[in-house]
Structure formats: structure tokens, C-alpha cells
Design a protein around this ligand. Structure first.
Ligand code: FAD
Ligand code: THG
Length: 816
């Protein structure tokens, strides 16, 4: 059997890694093209200083980096190294940074990277150029180090060539040949090259290549300053030219700086300057390419470096007698959320991109893309990397321009998980927005939506909280972007009734004669049920990994409303849909209020002549109705685990719907409640949040979702054969915190018998149960009652594995 013909655009570190990974999997018809000469093409990889710090809040990114280290350690060019494992040292010069290094150490532990927070003395021992007076401590990660990208490119190209790959330099791709919605090849300034699959690994040129197939590639090229000093006396007699470096790579994040040795000189990278966006059209791509002159290197602007130089001389006093020798403003890619961009064009099958990737993550990304192409799925979860994760509004050039620059500015900032974007805001607001503002909503942003997290109007309720509901004080970090008002909102949801704005929940409308078939094929549910049925179901990948969890409401024979988790669901369903079914994003133009709480029926029934009784509209059923004359669709389900409905209407009725519910609810004490309470209530109820608690890396049984797997044949069903709750070796477990007060936030490592055994996914204070709760991936042997410890900054917090569902496991509150 012959493998597909693949053309890779770009022979940088990503393209060559991909050629290596594909040929390693037996794909032997791989051609790599670059507009520049080989091997020094003039792209970002040609000059990258190659620092590899593996620690990252994202598990996926950390695993990509780990693989890059592992792979590059085994590469050489005629005996010359491609990875120099000098270790990494991130130093703190402020107490906030020192605390954050402990948090980073937690991420490293969660993702399996050894690392330790060390004293100032140890920092100086590891890196003698440091001024002990400046440093409060450091995070030492012994497996970090230097990747020699320009050399690794040669090693990888040679290996790929030995397996049949062809590399062609000085060949510019000018267009993508296509027929019938598929790629057929690439057009170049040297003629057309046929291909079944084209992967653009064009780095910051990605948007230009994407444009050739009309694909938005949301990255912005930005310049970033890098200098080499002249000789540094203190480095004399250290690493020779071949070894290059002996001291750990160094990060001084409080000043947005990093350092590495170049034998007896130091290289300094700075993010402390103004963001400098680069226009592709202004680059000289036709000049001669040398190590000192290439399109990705712009002239050094010394004045931008001045503060960085001053700060460097404070941290590293031996620089006071050294000079800046050379410098340049190097160009590479930034994206709206800092993640890379991986995926296939929605319009032109076979056209893929893998861009906005650091050297650090290059081998991991390339392996994932090779797996996607060869096996149809990546073993590592890619939801934070998928180019289709963005909403339409996030692809606007102005949005990319602004948010990518913010990512440049914030690259080393200490960011709280809830840290809100300050701009752009108010991109998407629900029809209830004016009312929410009147109630003092505190908004955070997600997917462009403004989402109330709590309402200041509920502040007086905090004083009325019964003792059992009074939340304990929080530490400063977990108190950020939080309010005790959330406790009051949770209380009133459990004991009264509350309105939740569910408008931002992604909704798909799936219609046509093929709708049932499509849903039956792509989900674990049986969809040919009566009109009015609502099904909680899973979309799996071929290996049985959870792509998404969905609610599917059959609103008509050929009409379904799917409650989804994001744009990846839309992309997936649209791609899979045949001609007999239409998949449309119906989120915009509609809205939804969750009316939940024991008094929900007392609120809604008097407003309608339609039957909202327990028998008239059963649990997990939906119907159309009028509420005070507003045409609605009501689905009886509740992510917060209370009696009530998601009530949908089209946008123009939204404010009226809010107003009638609000007015009628006054005698019942109705409140508006926000995401903070919502998240706490859903965790107490045992409900998972896709992307946080489970991903394609987990099967339904591991995730505690085996109940949603029905017999039958659908994508992923074969892979689940033989798997059950009894066979799994790891599980998403519910933990409670023993001291009743210490709230964790997610991604913290969990220890069993003193050894790291898993990590927290999502967490919240459980207001109903009066203690903090965390979900964590743990070995299945950790049954309820098992003691655990959660690392939180420099503390270990004692916890206990609890039953999966802490509130109303018998469903008495919902089913009545
Ligand atoms: P590139 O290396 O840019 O390769 C893309 C290739 O595509 C180019 O060779 C280009 O010629 C080719 N191409 C584009 N368009 C076409 C076309 N139409 N036809 C044919 N060929 C085309 N990362 C780290 O991990 N650690 C670091 O310490 C680090 N430091 C950095 C310091 C500086 C100053 C800079 C600028 C970047 C740094 N980076 C670092 C980032 C890193 O260099 C890049 O993210 C990485 O090299 C990108 O690799 P790539 O293969 O995607 O892109
Ligand atoms: N509402 C709607 N769609 C959604 C969500 C939602 N889609 C995405 C996400 N949230 C899906 N998550 C859940 C999780 C749990 C439940 C509903 C959506 C739920 N589970 C019942 C249970 O586990 O007890 C299912 C019982 C059953 O299968 O009968 O209610 O919030 N529209």
C-alpha cells in the first residue's frame, strides 16, 4: 500500500520535525518545500536561541515540551549536540514571583516534570553570575535546556531523507491547487507539485499561506529582541564554542528577560519592550540569507533594549563591565490565547496547518500532527491547540492584532486562572445585559461573551446566610476574582429560585432528514426517540476518547437542538454532515435563562397555560410553550442539579422573558445568579465540564460517564468493547478538603502516600456541603475514604477521596 503524497510548506523546526514523524510512521512520499535556502531558511528557527523551559500551565504544552527534550537528546549532527540539558532556572526577585514559582513547580509535578524551588544560595550555586542580593529563590528544572534548532533541523532532515523524504529549498509556494473541495497539490515558483495532503508549517508566514485557501490563521508576527554581549569576564574558561553552555538557562520573569550562554558571552532575550507587530509585506524575502541577515531578523532598535540592559546588569553584576555586541529584533508568531494553531481547513480537505509553535513544543506538535494524519487522532488532547477553537469574532484581524500583542506583553506575567481580559470587551452580550448591569453584575469574558460571575445586588444576602452556609475566608490568591456573594447565590439556588444566563452555551441546530442518522453515528446515545426527548450523550473519537458531552433535544422529527461545549463541536458536526443534514450555530440570535431551584415551578407555572408539572414535562424532556406570551422552548434539565428548566427564546424576546420572570419571582425572592455559584453547584452535583475535567485523553468510564454509553454502533463504540467501570485504572475522582477552608483552583498535583499520583482538574468551594471540592485524575485504587494531599503553592492540603456525587445523588431534588 502506498502512503499519501504529502507536501510540507516550511523547513523550519516544525516542518522538519513533521517530515521526521511522518516518515517514521512509514509515510514515504513526503516533500518539504521552503522559499529560503536549506538548511538555513531564514525563518524563526534559523536564529532561535532555543531555550526550552518545559513547565506550562497546560498539560498538553508541557507534554509537547517533554517530548521535544526526549527526542532532541537523541539527535546529533556528526556528533554535535542538538540538546544541551543544562537545566532551567527561573528566579524570583519579588515575593509574588517566589509564590508563583511554587505554583509553577506544582504544574511541573502535575505533568511529570521534575523540578524544585530552591533557596537564593542554591540559585547562585547553580548560576554563579546571579547577584544573591537580588534573588529570593528559584525554580530549578534539571531536564530543561537548550535546543539547537538550526542544527536539529539538519539532523531531522537527514533522518527524514534517509526514509525517502525530499527537501527542496528556494521554492516558494504561491498557491494551493484544489479540485472538488480537496487539495491536489501546491503551486510554486518552480511549477506545480501534486499532493494528497498539504501541511503548512510556515511559521509567522502562516496567514499568507492560509489565505491561499481562504483559511483564517489567527496569529500575529511580532518582533522580540535578542542580543549577544561581548566577552563576559566571569564566563572565561567556561563552556567552549562546541558545548556553548554549562550554566542553566535562566529566566528573570519579573523583568521579562531570559538568558543563556554562548561560550564566554551571554545571550539575552527581552519581552520587556513595546509590542512590535510586523507586516509580512514589509519583509525582505529576496535578499541573501546568512546567519546575520534573514527575513525573520529585523534591525536592532537599541533604545527599546535600554531598560532590559539595565535590569540585566542588576541581576547579573558581571555584565556591568561587558558590552552589547550584536542584537536583532527577531520575528515570531503570537496568537490570541498563546496556544499554537493546528488543524485542517474546513473548506479544502487535506489542507492542514501547524503554526505558532515554539521550538520548545515543536517535536510534540509534529508528533501530534503526524498522528492526526496517519492514525486520525492525536494521543495528546489538542483542544487548546485546534485552530477551530476560536469563535468567529475572535478571528477578526483587529481582535487577533490586539490580543496577540497582549499575549506578548503578558508572556511572563503572573496570571490568575480567572484573570479577565481588559480589552476587547463587550464583544458579545446576551439580551439580559442591561438588566444584569442594573443588578451590578461582575462580568468575566469567555469566547467573546460577557458572563456575570456574581451580582453585587445580592450582597445584602451575604448577611442573611444561615451559619451553615457562611463561607470561610479565603487566601488572597483564591479570593481574587471571587466574592462571598457566590455563597449567597448558591444558597438561594438550593433553597429558593435563581435565574442563570445560559446564553453563551454553544448551541447547534441540526436539521434535515439525515439529522437522526448523523447524531446516531457521532454520539453514544440512541437518538431516534420521541419528539420532546432530551438526551445527555457523548461524542467520542475513534479510540473511544471523549470529544465532547452534549445534550441533544429532539424538537421536531428532523430538528434537533444540541447543547455543546464550543466551536470544536460545531466544526466536528459540520465536517461530518452529509448533504441530507444541515448543522448551524444557533447560539447568536437566541438566548437562554436557566430557572432553577425548589421554587422554580412556583415561579414559572403561573405564567403559562402550558403544563410545567412533573408529569406534564418530565425530567429530560422539552417542549415549546408561551411564558407570559413569550414563545419559548423549555428543556427540563439542570447543570446545577435543581428543579427547573433551561428556557430558550429568540434574542428579541430575551429581555421581556427576563423581565416577566423577574417580576413574577419577586414574591418568591428570585435572584440572578452567576458563574461562580454555577460552577460550585455543578461540581457538588458531580457534573463534569468538558475540556477541564475530561478530554479525548479519557474514555467515558474513566470520566465517570459510563452511564451515557449505550449499546450500538457509532464512532468510538468498537474501542470501548471490554471497557467498563470495573476495568479502568484511573478515574476522575471527587476530593474534599479536610480543613474545610482551603480552596484550590485547578492543575495542582495530588499526592497519594506522599508521591505525586494525579492532578486537579476543576475545583470550587462547595457551599451546600460546606467545604472545598476538587475533581482530580487519580489511580482507580484511590477509592472513597483514601487520604490525599493537594499541593497549593508551598503548602500541602489534606483531602479525602469522596463519593462522586456530593449533593442529591438520589436525584430527589430534580425529579419531582
Ligand atoms: P520557521 O522556522 O519560521 O519556519 C517556517 C518556514 O516556512 C520558513 O523557513 C519560511 O521560509 C517557510 N515559508 C513561509 N512561507 C513559505 C512559502 N510560501 N513557501 C515556501 N516556504 C515558506 N522558541 C523557543 O522555544 N525557545 C526560545 O528560546 C525561542 N527564542 C526565540 C527568540 C527569538 C528572537 C525569536 C524570534 C523566536 C524565538 N523562539 C523561541 C520562537 C521560535 O523561534 C519559533 O517559534 C519557531 O522557530 C518557529 O518554527 P517554525 O518551523 O514554525 O517556523
Ligand atoms: N445544558 C445544555 N447543554 C449542555 C450543557 C448544559 N451541553 C454541554 C454541557 N452543559 C454538558 N454537560 C452536562 C452535564 C450533565 C448534565 C447535563 C449537561 C446532566 N446530567 C444528568 C446526570 O448526570 O444526572 C443526565 C441524566 C440522564 O442522562 O438522564 O443533566 O448545561 N443544554
Amino acid at each position: 500500500m502506498t502512503s499519501p503524497r504529502v507536501v510540507i510548506i516550511g523547513a523550519g523546526i516544525v516542518g522538519t520535525n513533521l517530515a521526521d514523524e511522518l516518515t517514521a510512521r512509514g509515510w514515504d512520499q513526503v516533500t518539504v518545500l521552503d522559499q529560503g535556502p536549506l538548511p538555513l531558511t531564514g525563518g524563526s528557527s534559523s536564529h532561535a536561541p532555543g531555550l526550552v523551559f518545559q513547565t506550562n500551565p497546560s498539560k498538553t504544552m508541557a507534554e509537547f515540551a517533554r517530548y521535544t527534550v526526549e527526542k532532541f537528546l537523541d539527535l546529533d549532527v556528526d556528533g554535535a549536540w542538538c540538546f544541551n540539558q543544562v537545566g532551567g532556572l527561573e528566579v524570583a526577585t519579588t515575593p509574588e514571583r517566589l509564590a508563583d514559582l511554587h505554583r509553577r513547580q506544582g504544574w511541573a509535578t502535575s505533568w511529570g516534570i521534575p523540578g524544585e524551588v530552591v533557596s537564593p544560595e542554591e540559585c547562585v550555586r547553580l548560576h554563579p553570575l546571579l547577584d544573591a542580593e537580588q534573588v529570593l529563590g528559584g525554580l530549578h528544572t534539571p531536564t530543561d535546556g537548550l535546543a539547537r534548532a538550526a542544527r536539529a533541523v539538519v539532523a531531522l532532515a537527514r533522518r527524514a531523507q534517509s526514509r525517502g523524504a525530499v527537501f527542496r529549498g528556494s521554492t516558494r509556494v504561491t498557491g494551493i491547487a484544489q479540485a472538488g473541495g480537496r487539495v491536489t497539490g501546491v503551486q510554486t515558483d518552480q511549477g506545480e507539485i501534486p499532493a494528497d495532503v498539504v501541511v503548512s508549517c510556515a511559521g509567522f508566514w502562516g496567514p499568507a499561506v492560509g489565505e491561499m485557501v481562504g483559511m483564517a490563521v489567527p496569529l500575529l508576527p511580532l518582533a522580540h529582541q535578542y542580543v549577544r554581549t561581548g566577552q563576559v569576564a566571569a564566563l572565561a574558561g567556561g563552556a567552549d564554542e562546541a558545548v556553548e553552555a554549562r550554566l542553566p538557562i535562566l529566566r528573570h520573569q519579573d523583568q521579562d528577560l531570559y538568558y543563556r550562554e554562548h561560550a564566554d558571552r551571554l545571550g539575552i532575550g527581552s519581552y520587556s519592550h513595546r509590542p512590535m507587530p510586523v507586516s509580512l509585506s514589509g519583509l525582505d524575502e529576496d535578499g541573501e540569507i546568512t546567519a546575520a541577515a534573514m527575513p525573520s531578523m529585523l534591525p536592532f532598535t537599541e533604545e527599546d533594549f535600554a531598560p532590559a540592559w539595565e535590569q540585566s546588569r542588576l541581576l547579573l553584576p558581571s555584565l556591568r563591565t561587558a558590552k552589547i555586541d550584536t542584537g536583532f529584533n527577531g520575528v515570531f508568531s503570537f496568537t490570541p490565547d498563546g496556544g499554537p494553531l493546528i488543524g485542517e481547513s474546513p473548506d479544502v480537505a487535506g489542507f492542514w496547518i501547524a503554526e505558532a509553535v515554539w521550538v520548545t513544543h515543536s517535536a510534540g506538535v509534529a508528533r501530534a500532527v503526524a498522528q492526526l494524519l496517519v492514525d486520525g487522532r492525536s494521543e495528546i488532547d489538542l483542544h487548546g491547540c485546534d485552530v477551530h477553537r476560536f469563535e468567529e469574532v475572535q478571528l477578526a484581524p483587529g481582535y487577533v492584532h490586539e490580543t496577540a500583542q497582549q499575549n506578548f506583553v503578558e508572556v511572563y506575567d503572573i496570571l490568575h486562572p480567572l484573570d479577565p481580559k481588559l480589552s476587547p470587551r463587550d464583544l458579545r452580550v446576551s439580551p439580559f445585559h442591561a438588566r444584569q448591569k442594573e443588578l451590578g453584575a461582575v462580568f468575566l469574558e469567555a469566547a467573546g461573551w460577557e458572563r456575570p460571575h456574581w451580582y453585587e445586588a445580592n450582597a445584602p444576602l451575604v448577611d442573611q446566610l444561615p451559619d451553615a452556609w457562611r463561607p470561610p475566608a479565603r487566601d488572597a490568591w483564591s479570593a481574587k476574582f471571587h466574592s462571598p456573594i457566590a455563597a449567597a447565590e448558591a444558597w438561594r439556588t438550593r433553597e429558593g429560585v435563581a435565574l442563570y444566563d445560559m446564553t453563551p452555551l454553544k448551541r447547534l441546530e441540526i436539521t434535515g432528514p439525515g439529522a437522526v442518522g448523523l447524531l446516531d453515528r457521532l454520539t453514544t446515545g440512541k437518538m431516534d426517540k420521541s419528539v420532546g426527548s432530551v438526551t445527555y450523550t457523548l461524542a467520542l473519537d475513534d479510540a473511544g476518547g471523549v470529544r465532547s458531552d452534549l445534550t441533544v433535544a429532539r424538537l421536531g422529527v428532523d430538528r434537533f437542538q444540541v447543547g455543546a461545549n464550543g466551536n470544536l463541536d460545531l466544526d466536528h458536526f459540520q465536517r461530518e454532515a452529509g448533504d441530507d443534514v444541515q448543522v448551524r450555530d444557533s447560539t447568536g440570535g437566541t438566548c437562554c435563562i436557566g430557572v432553577w431551584g425548589p421554587l422554580a415551578r412556583d415561579l414559572v407555572q403561573p405564567l403559562t397555560s402550558d403544563d410545567f408539572s412533573h408529569e406534564g414535562l418530565k425530567y429530560f424532556r422539552g417542549r415549546s410553550a408561551h411564558i407570559s406570551g413569550v414563545p419559548v422552548t423549555a428543556l427540563r434539565l439542570s447543570y446545577v442539579g435543581e428543579l427547573g428548566w433551561e428556557i430558550y427564546t429568540s434574542a428579541e424576546y430575551g429581555q421581556r422573558l427576563w423581565d416577566v420572570l423577574w417580576a413574577a419571582g419577586q414574591p418568591l425572592g428570585v435572584i440572578a445568579a452567576g458563574r461562580a455559584a454555577f460552577n460550585s453547584l455543578r461540581i457538588e452535583k458531580g457534573y463534569r465540564s468538558w475540556g477541564h475535567d475530561m478530554t479525548t485523553e479519557h474514555n467515558p468510564y474513566e470520566a465517570g460517564l459510563g452511564f451515557a454509553v449505550r449499546p450500538g454502533e457509532y464512532t468510538g463504540s468498537a474501542a470501548l468493547a471490554g471497557i467498563s467501570d470495573e476495568t479502568v485504572t484511573r478515574r476522575l475522582s471527587t476530593l474534599t478538603v479536610d480543613d474545610g477552608t482551603s480552596v484550590v483552583l485547578g492543575h495542582e498535583p495530588v499526592y497519594l502516600d506522599g508521591a505525586p499520583a494525579g492532578y486537579v482538574t476543576s475545583a470550587a468551594f462547595g457551599h451546600t456541603v460546606g467545604r472545598p471540592i476538587a475533581y482530580a485524575w487519580l489511580p482507580a485504587a484511590a477509592v472513597p475514604g483514601t487520604p490525599v494531599e493537594i499541593a497549593y503553592f508551598d503548602r500541602r492540603i489534606a483531602g479525602t477521596v469522596a463519593p462522586d456525587v456530593l449533593v442529591d445523588p438520589e436525584m430527589a431534588r430534580i425529579r419531582r
